[in-house]
Design a protein. Structure first.
Length: 274
């Protein structure tokens, strides 16, 4: 493995790439029993420890179907070997700079190492494109990276809606943050998911786990969390406990993604990290 860092590594045993919840505490799945580094980067930089996110492109204009494209380079050459992370080899988060638009995309890689996905963005403005992946090294182990770049998309920029609160819904599914977050690598965060207007929900799995939390600080730094174990019954629905690793205090917007009745719902909520 490219030992570009002196970090602890976690040995994760393959659980397959089916859409089933992982037994690992943090909800991650990896391939082949590989040793995988702790994540490096927070999405605010294109380059980290030899890896680079290059030639990033988005649809030229809002409201028009186009392509998300980019390449991952290692020491200037195309990186074409990746391990599965949450049933996919590449996770990309496209978020407008005011956090009013969020997309979670899984592009496919061509033979020359270019990643591509069809994408339509609803409004113009600056968008941060964040790629999270585990690159496979010559020894079959993995380097976990989070890289990002900002691209401008032409078109009318719609005003940002009122910022979300600790509790929000999309008309069907409601998510509520219980308490505040805390800075540190061993934090915990609790979120209750239920029906909008009251009542419980039965959570299905999405990309191998019961929920995904993709959070952004005002600085642009990204955090990505998965639940610890299975949902627990709660007065407002199903409670999920997450391992958190907030690097800085402040306000964060969390995009809660869950599968209910066969459909994936994305609900933005706010949390204060102290």
């Amino acid at each position: 493995m490219r030992r570009f860092l002196c970090l602890l590594v976690c040995v994760l045993v393959v659980t397959g790439c089916s859409d089933e919840p992982s037994p690992e505490p943090a909800g991650h799945t990896h391939s082949g029993g590989a040793s995988v580094s702790l994540p490096v980067g927070d999405g605010t930089a294109r380059y980290e420890v030899g890896y680079e996110m290059a030639r990033v492109g988005l649809p030229e204009r809002a409201g028009t179907a186009g392509e998300l494209t980019f390449r991952i380079l290692y020491t200037g050459r195309a990186q074409t070997r990746f391990l599965f992370e949450q049933t996919k080899k590449m996770h990309v988060y496209v978020v407008r700079d005011d956090l009013a638009v969020f997309r979670h995309v899984h592009p496919e890689m061509t033979e020359d190492g270019t990643w591509k996905a069809r994408l339509t963005l609803p409004s113009g403005g600056g968008y941060r494109v964040v790629a999270e992946f585990v690159a496979e090294d010559d020894g079959g182990n993995g380097d976990h990276l989070i890289l990002g770049d900002t691209i401008y998309v032409a078109g009318t920029t719609t005003p940002a809606p009122k910022p979300p609160t600790r509790q929000a819904d999309d008309g069907i599914v409601q998510a509520a943050v219980n308490g505040d977050g805390s800075v540190g690598e061993q934090g915990r965060l609790s979120i209750t998911v239920g029906r909008a207007g009251g009542g419980g929900v039965r959570l299905g799995t999405y990309l191998g786990t019961y929920a995904h939390l993709t959070g952004f600080a005002e600085s642009g730094a990204m955090v990505h969390m998965h639940p610890l174990g299975s949902p627990e019954p709660d007065a407002g629905g199903s409670q999920l406990q997450f391992h958190s690793a907030f690097a800085q205090a402040g306000r964060y917007r969390l995009f809660v993604q869950v599968r209910v009745d066969g459909l994936v719902h994305t609900v933005p909520v706010a949390v204060t990290v102290r």
